[in-house]
Design a protein around this ligand. Structure first.
Ligand SMILES: Cc1ncc(COP(=O)(O)O)c(C=O)c1O
Length: 430
């Protein structure tokens, strides 16, 4: 039998690139969709096919594609000084400016900013920062980390250990010891777990303000503040993982500000540069940074080669300037409503159990459980069928399919998103 022809825009046989989060047998069999340019909310493949980028790539391209001013800022920084170590007392102008700007936006006044190369780095850093904090604070037994079910905190060893998506943690041997899990939506269980472990042993609680890769679950009413209060009462550090929700996606620079969380530590990445270059950051509130910066604390032996990379910091500064000039946080608040409205009709489709949206520019279509149990490939087929009609959506775990468009998406494009999603669902009916 002849092999099925590869879909348009794919390049069969390009198998030297080992893709992340991929079934490489399937990719090498079918070929990759190779993208070559982007503009606004659209990207184009090497065959010239256009796709609506309804996922902002991996939740990160907040300012949309084709922003020449970011490229120009990077080019001039590249020509002057692309990068130089920031270990010890070395620094560079863009990293200085960027950390000042981010500190001024931080949900807790007086925060300090530790730069990393991405979200997983930020989580690894936060984990070590939390445990080290308790050593410096004279409570070295506080080492236990608490994660939530459905959580995604990246794929370094710390993030994998904190995975509330079981499939993401399996098959890698022993991970970090001293991790407890609580239900993603139950602050009473958090309190009971801290009390069972003993507050004097618990270092930190990790919390995505809106669950992202676990299926896009907005926080239940009152949950975030209740969990925050539990941590405050028991002295446990509250770590907001804002890798997705930071930098505009939830209608504020940080979701923590919008929802009054005052995190002790905040991790971010993605929207900090809109993905034009890779960067992450960890924001430490005064309670946390003060013992590290104190006379006699000595060196914290932690950091990355590219922490404070000058050209990446220049990209971040240009990205923040666009966000400010175009008020993309305000735009996101409006889009939160518009996206909810555009997605709501999908709930009536026969393959769909529910649509989750309304907390930030994030939504998920949940396929009916019995259909996914019968055919675990169904979400991927819906995604592929939507791609065939020119719309990128993102199958996650457990039958959820996410969208998280660039914050510049317009009304006509939201309609196109709706239509493409319906076409993808229709193609997979019975
Ligand atoms: C909430 C959250 N934390 C951490 C990460 C890891 O970020 P990265 O993939 O940049 O390492 C992600 C990535 O999607 C994320 O969604």
């Amino acid at each position: 039998m002849d092999a099925e022809p590869a879909p348009a825009g794919t390049v069969p046989g390009m198998t030297e690139f080992w893709h992340p989060f991929a079934d490489m047998y399937a990719v090498s069999d079918r070929g990759a969709t190779v993208l070559e340019r982007g503009e606004g909310a659209y990207v184009w493949d090497t065959d010239g096919r256009r796709y609506l980028d309804a996922t902002a790539s991996l939740w990160y391209c907040n300012v949309g594609w084709g922003r020449a001013e970011i490229a120009d800022a990077v080019a001039s920084q590249m020509a002057a000084l692309p990068a130089y170590s920031t270990f010890g007392d070395l620094s560079n102008v863009p990293a200085e400016r960027l950390t000042d700007e981010i500190a001024a936006l931080a949900p807790v006044p007086g925060s300090k900013v530790f730069l990393t190369s991405g979200g997983s780095d930020s989580i690894d850093t936060a984990t070590k920062m939390a445990r080290r904090y308790w050593q410096l604070a004279g409570e070295p037994d506080r080492t236990v980390l608490i994660r939530r079910t459905k959580a995604y905190h990246g794929m370094h060893t710390a993030g994998t250990s904190l995975a509330g998506i079981p499939a993401n943690a399996l098959g890698h041997g022993d991970l970090l010891a001293g991790v407890a899990e609580v239900a993603w939506d139950d602050a009473d269980e958090l309190r009971a777990t801290i009390d069972r472990v003993g507050a004097q042993r618990v270092a930190a609680f990790f919390c995505e303000p809106v669950i992202g890769a676990g299926g896009v679950f907005p926080p239940p009413d009152g949950y975030l503040l209740a969990a925050r209060e539990v941590c405050r009462e028991r002295g446990v550090l509250f770590i907001a993982d804002e890798v997705i929700t930071g930098f505009g996606r939830c209608g504020n620079w940080f979701a923590s500000t919008r929802w009054g969380l005052e995190p002790d530590i905040l991790t971010c990445a993605k929207g900090i540069t809109s993905g034009y270059l890779p960067m992450g950051a960890v924001l430490a509130a005064p309670r946390v940074w003060e013992p590290f910066w104190a006379d006699g604390a000595g060196m914290w032996r932690h950091g990355y080669t590219y922490s404070g990379h000058a050209a990446v910091a220049a990209a971040a500064l240009a990205n923040l300037a666009i966000m400010r000039r175009e008020d993309l946080c305000g735009r996101a608040l409006q889009l939160e409503k518009d996206l909810t409205e555009a997605m709501a009709p999908l709930a009536d489709h026969e393959l769909v159990a529910e649509v989750r949206s309304g907390a930030g520019v994030l939504a998920a279509v949940q396929l009916r459980g019995e259909l996914v149990a019968d055919d675990p490939a169904l979400p991927a087929r819906v995604g592929a069928a939507a791609r065939e009609v020119g719309v990128f959506v993102r199958p996650l775990v457990d039958g959820a399919i996410a969208v998280s468009p660039p914050l510049v998406i317009g009304d006509a494009e939201l309609q196109e998103l709706h239509d493409g999603f319906i076409a993808g669902l229709d193609a997979c009916r019975g």
